[in-house]
Design a protein around this ligand. Sequence first.
Ligand SMILES: C[S@@+](CC[C@H](N)C(=O)[O-])C[C@H]1O[C@@H](n2cnc3c(N)ncnc32)[C@H](O)[C@@H]1O
Length: 197
Amino acid sequence: MDRREFFDRSAAGWHRHRAEDLPPRLARVVAEAQFSAGDYVLDVGTGTGVLVPLIAAAVGPEGRVLAFDISLRMLLDARQRIPSEQVLLVQADVHRLPVPSDTFHRVVCNAALPHFGDRLAALREMIGALRAEGLIVISHPIGRRAVNARHRESGGPVADDRVPPSKEMEALLRDVGLGDVVVIDEPDFYLARARKI
Ligand SMILES: C[S@@+](CC[C@H](N)C(=O)[O-])C[C@H]1O[C@@H](n2cnc3c(N)ncnc32)[C@H](O)[C@@H]1O
């Protein structure tokens, strides 16, 4: 079973199996992303779109959200809950995003980076879509250790998918040419943010 099959099979019920204290953590992710009204945003690995309504609210009616996922079943679930005017849901692999370069104000990747087969190539693809001065935000609102433990317990194709420790993440983001790198690695919250220069 590959990761796409794994997430297709996990899609049913994904939205229900969320930690009760997740909403304030998701709100913190949105605050750290520093959205402005009218922003164009990519949400990569959107799953059932947990962040999409929060992003859509933050960028307002003039803003747009393009939400990508490799799993069609995740996107079909997302479509049931997400207002479509501002949001486009697209099935695509992060390694080949069907978007123009230098266009988006923000790229958000929540609880998804460890699952990408080629992390560096995926990062380069996401950064390519960002416009100059745009921010990329990579988040794990339940924290790095909890995510890594959950993946180990799940087994299968995600068993070894790991959130990088802060030093490794900082180095990765600087190596791909980003600036203003910030990594928050608290016991219950993880977020990395960096700016395209
Ligand atoms: C753990 S889920 C997180 C979903 C959502 N962002 C959330 O916070 O609930 C990871 C998501 O990444 C997607 N994904 C995995 N590999 C991908 C890839 N190569 N390209 C795009 N999405 C991918 C999966 O299908 C899955 O929906």
